[in-house]
Design a protein around this ligand. Structure first.
Ligand code: ADE
Length: 259
C-alpha cells in the first residue's frame, strides 16, 4: 500500500517511519511512504504558502494555489509506474471522526494521499476543487494534520496482510469488523477486545482466570466472547446500542432515555 503525505513539515515524519511495524512493513516492501513538502509548490520567492484571511480575523490560512497544485502533481507522480491516483484524505477537525470502520475502508484502497493542514486551516476553495475525504481524529484541535496523518497510517497498516507478525491478531482488535456482536459491520455493533494475561499466573494475589489455563479451547473462546461483551457493556455501552454518543454502564440511564 502506498501513502503520499503532503505537509509543510516533512521533517516530523522520519522518526516515526523508521520504527517498529511501519519500518518492518516498508523494509518488506508491503508499505511505501513518500513525503512531499507543500512549500515546493509555493509561487512566492520566500516559499510562503499562507496568507491573511479576507474579511479579517486571527491567524493565517493555507493558500489555494500551492495546495491544489501540490495535490495534482503528487497524483500524477505515481502514474508512470502504473499507479492510479490515490484516495485524497484531508486531516481536518471538521471531517468525519475516524473509527475502525473508516480505517477498514481506507485500508482497502491501494493508495492514500494524506493532506496535512497547519495554521488556521485551508482556503475554502481547496475543498471545493479537490473534494477530499475530510477526516478528524477527534473533537479537539491539533496544531496541524501531521499527528492525525500518523494516526491514520498507524491504524491502517495493522490491516495490511503480512504487516502484523500473527496474521490473525488484528481480527481480535477492539472495534474490528471481525469482532462484531451481530456479524453485521454496518450495525456498528463492534466490541472491545477481551482481557489478556501472560506469565506469571499469580502476581500480588491477582490470578489468571482458571479457564485460560484449562487447555479447553472451546471454553476459552466462549469466555473471550463473553468478556468482550461484558467489557463493552461496562465501558462503551454506546457500541452495543449502535449509538454515536459514548456511554458506559455508569451513565447508561442517559443512554436508555436517548433511544
Ligand atoms: N488538524 C487539526 N485538528 C485535527 C483533528 N482533530 N483531526 C485531524 N486533523 C486535525
Amino acid at each position: 500500500m502506498r501513502f503520499d503525505i503532503l505537509t509543510l513539515f516533512p521533517a516530523i515524519f522520519p522518526g516515526y517511519l523508521g520504527q517498529s511495524l511501519l519500518k518492518k512493513g516498508i523494509d518488506a516492501g508491503l508499505i511505501d511512504v513518500q513525503l512531499h513538502d507543500i512549500r515546493c509548490w509555493s509561487r512566492d520567492k520566500h516559499h510562503k504558502v499562507d496568507d491573511r484571511p479576507f474579511g479579517g480575523g486571527p491567524g493565517m490560512i493555507l493558500q489555494v494555489e500551492p495546495v491544489v497544485e501540490c495535490v495534482e502533481a503528487v497524483q500524477q507522480i505515481a502514474q508512470p509506474h502504473g499507479m492510479q491516483p490515490g484516495h485524497l484524505v484531508m486531516l481536518s477537525p471538521r471531517g468525519r471522526t475516524l473509527n475502525q470502520q473508516i480505517v477498514e475502508e481506507l485500508a482497502a484502497k491501494p493508495r492514500l494521499l494524506l493532506l496535512c493542514g497547519r495554521y488556521e486551516g485551508f482556503d475554502e476553495r481547496v475543498f471545493e476543487i479537490l473534494q477530499p475525504d475530510e477526516i478528524s481524529i477527534g473533537d479537539y484541535v491539533l496544531n496541524g494534520g501531521e499527528v492525525a496523518a500518523m494516526t491514520v497510517i498507524d491504524a491502517v497498516i495493522r490491516l495490511i496482510p503480512g504487516v502484523l507478525g500473527d496474521e490473525e491478531s488484528s481480527q481480535h482488535d477492539s472495534f474490528s469488523s471481525s469482532n462484531l456482536s451481530s456479524g453485521n459491520s454496518s450495525s456498528g455493533n463492534r466490541l472491545l477486545e477481551f482481557p489478556q494475561y501472560s506469565r506469571p499466573r499469580e502476581f500480588r494475589g491477582h490470578e489468571v482466570p482458571e479457564v485460560l489455563v484449562s487447555g479447553n479451547h472451546e471454553q476459552i473462546a466462549r469466555w473471550r466472547r463473553e468478556q468482550s461483551y461484558l467489557q463493552t457493556r461496562k465501558r462503551r455501552l454506546d457500541l452495543l446500542n449502535g449509538s454515536r454518543n459514548q456511554t458506559t454502564a455508569d451513565n447508561s440511564d442517559n443512554a436508555d432515555s436517548n433511544q
